[in-house]
Design a protein around this ligand. Structure first.
Ligand SMILES: [Zn+2]
Length: 125
């Protein structure tokens, strides 16, 4: 299915393989790891190949929790501080992001976000 991940929510809740690989049809818990080691491509390349949102998670809930706990244990979240200055530059418009072709899934997400965006409140002083 182009532009959509193949995901089984029930299997995910049970801690079973819940993502289906578009390339070989295998069900796995962590698709990023699978495609990198079995198909020798990165998650980003895979997502572009199948029209997926680049922010789309490819990790099952249990695996996500395991990695979250490891991050807290290793304190690797402290690395975020290193990129804060750059993020501020992007937010304030000092640095512009590259204009790139967005996937179908990303376009759907952005459209959906815009639909559900709360209307700005006008302040009258
Ligand atoms: Zn595969």
């Amino acid at each position: 299915m182009y532009g959509q991940v193949i995901y089984d929510q029930i299997a995910d809740k049970a801690g079973l393989p819940c993502y289906k690989c578009h390339l070989c049809g295998k069900w796995v818990r962590g698709l990023g790891y699978h495609i990198y080691h079995k198909h020798k491509i990165t998650s980003r390349e895979y997502k572009k190949m199948f029209g997926l949102d680049l922010k789309q998670s490819l990790l099952g809930t249990k695996e996500k929790l395991n990695r979250r706990n490891k991050t807290l244990e290793n304190k690797t979240y402290l690395n975020l501080a290193a990129g804060e200055a750059q993020r501020q530059k992007v937010k304030t418009g000092v640095v512009k992001l590259a204009n790139y072709k967005r996937s179908e899934q990303t376009k759907k997400r952005i459209k959906n976000n815009l639909k559900n965006k709360p209307k700005e409140i006008e302040l009258k002083l």
